[in-house]
Structure formats: C-alpha cells, structure tokens
Design a protein around this ligand. Sequence first.
Ligand SMILES: NC(=O)c1ccc[n+]([C@@H]2O[C@H](COP(=O)([O-])OP(=O)(O)OC[C@H]3O[C@@H](n4cnc5c(N)ncnc54)[C@H](OP(=O)(O)O)[C@@H]3O)[C@@H](O)[C@H]2O)c1
Length: 325
Amino acid sequence: MNTMRAVVADRYGPPDELDVRDVPVPHLTDGHVRIRVRAVALNPADWHGVVGRPYIARPGIGWRTPRRAIPGTDIAGTVDAVGGGVTGLAVDDEVFGFADGGGCAEFVTVPEANLVTKPSTVSFAAAAATGVAAFTALQAVRDVARLKAEQHVLVNGATGGVGHFAIQFARAAGCEVTAVCSAGNVIAATAMGADHVIDYSTSDFTSGPIRYDAILDNPGSHPLRACRRVLEPGGSYVLIGGSKASLLGPIPRLIAAKLLGVVSSQRFDLVFAKETAADLDVLRTMLEDGSVDPVVSRTMTLEEVPGALAEIGRGHTLGKLVAHP
Ligand SMILES: NC(=O)c1ccc[n+]([C@@H]2O[C@H](COP(=O)([O-])OP(=O)(O)OC[C@H]3O[C@@H](n4cnc5c(N)ncnc54)[C@H](OP(=O)(O)O)[C@@H]3O)[C@@H](O)[C@H]2O)c1
C-alpha cells in the first residue's frame, strides 16, 4: 500500500478547516519503526501546531506553514515494519509512545527509542492517552512541585488531560488533592480521585481560607498574587499552561512567575514537559499495575479530528480525546 488516510494541515488556520485525505505512507529509515496507528490522542499542542499561535512559537512549529503537516504525537499501534538497526521490536508488536507529529494518520514512523510495548491488559486508546499530558503531570508532580505525602495540593483545571493525571500522581504520592473544575465535571473529578472539589463557576479558590502546599495550574485563570495568597509559606506554585493570546501566549505569565519565584519565600516555577524514554517506561509500568487510569472521554474517526481539535482549542476537554485511524 502506497497511500494512507491522514489529517493534513497545508497551512495555518482554524482546525475545522483541516483536510482529511490520502497521502503517501511515510518512508521507513534506519533506527525507525513504522507503526500502523490504532489510536492517537489529541493535545492542545496539536491545536497550537495547526493554528500557528502564539506567533512566538513559530520558530519551533514552522514560520509560514506547519512544520508538522500531520498533527498527532501520542500514538499506540502495531509494528508494521522495522528499519535497519532496530533490535528491540518486531512486526506485529503492540506498542505506544511519542512521534514527532504525524500520528493522525493510518501509519507513522517513530524512532525505536520513543516506543515501548503496550501492556496487553491496556487498550490502544488508553495507551495513546498516556502521552504528553501524562508526562507533563508526572514531571509537574515529581520534579517541579516535588510533592510529598500528606501535603495538600490544589489542581486547577483538574479534569482535563494534564489535570486528571495530576490528580492521580498526587494521590499516588500520598497527597490530599483539591480539584478545581466546572460544575459539570465535579462528579468526574471525584471519580478521578480528588478528595475535595471546587466548582470554579460558583467559588474562587483564591478567596477561600485554605492554604495549599502546592498549586498545579493548568489554565492560569487567576492572577499570580491571588494564587500566592493561598499558598503556604514555602509552598510551590507550578505553572503548566494558560493564555492562548495570539502573540506571546503564556510567556508573560511565565516570566512573571519566574520573577515572583526570585523575590518570594514560596516557589514559583513552571513545567516544560519532556517526553523521555525513561519516563515512558515509568508510565508503562503505572499503566500495567493500574496505578494510573487514563480517562478517554470520547473516541472518534480521523474525519472527526478537525472538529475535536477545534473543541480542544476552546479549553474544556474532559480527560483525553482519542482518534482511531
Ligand atoms: N508546560 C507544558 O509542558 C505543557 C504540556 C502540556 C500541556 N500544557 C498546557 O497545559 C494546559 C492544560 O493542558 P490539557 O492538555 O490539560 O488541556 P485540556 O485537556 O484542554 O484541559 C483544559 C482544562 O482547563 C480547565 N479550565 C478551563 N477554564 C478554566 C477555568 N477558568 N478555571 C479552571 N479550570 C479551567 C478545563 O476544565 P472545565 O472543562 O471544567 O472548564 C479543562 O479541564 C494547556 O494550556 C496546555 O497548552 C503545557
């Protein structure tokens, strides 16, 4: 077979104008594995990559047209072919891991080092869902906030991709977790493991009496000084995401958080997630032993991906959205 179905971004623009069409199957090179994609999870990064904003990101995502013409990094599937020098994987192995784009397609080529075998008890959808969002939450909890047992952590934006993993990793670290989400997701937040839930449409977590040892902030919806007020002395604020402003996106808040971290007794920091082979192994083990349980709120066909990316751009996704090419 020489062609495959794929979601294609020929130019920057609204995601719902993306094309779904036949394109050549990617060429296999040494050290790479060609995957028949069974599931690809979508992320806000895919939205940024197809709309081309914030503009300050263009050196990385492509100046005039998307560098990754086919979105999608978090993939799970079966090995279709192996390139020269690949020693650890064979045709028909079931794997998951991270591609450099190209996942919203029937086939994608991925370096062998970016893949692990999928536990047989875990679905392709759940494995693909345990991608960028899970790496981000793991590194925010373990490396940046450095959460310890019995600390009280607030997760703002708790039921989205990153947030629902953050609840689970914080609970696994022995923390008490307060989740902040919209009214419609309160039950979901409890099911994801939160001890307490704040509905942001009726309560403002920064005006309550409780002080937190850590705040993991996905939407960046409150001024930093307000977050600081509800942090324990010596507590940690971790910025994960935020503004979709066209020019600079979350950069101004990022700089402000860094500066506040210099002058404050509290720690203000940010997470810049890295997908590494070592953490892919950690996540694989957690999937296998059931200590992480990704929530896939909806699955879809490739044809439905443009609409789903537009939805992700609106910033109210529950768990993960996953396509089955
Ligand atoms: N730093 C990094 O390395 C890194 C890596 C991955 C992602 N990110 C960024 O992190 C952010 C979250 O990513 P994601 O994958 O979790 O996105 P997502 O799946 O789209 O989730 C967004 C979440 O934000 C919540 N939310 C929206 N407005 C809110 C508000 N005013 N108050 C509280 N919560 C609100 C939504 O909850 P409701 O549905 O209940 O409104 C939803 O749970 C994005 O900005 C993304 O770009 C950063």
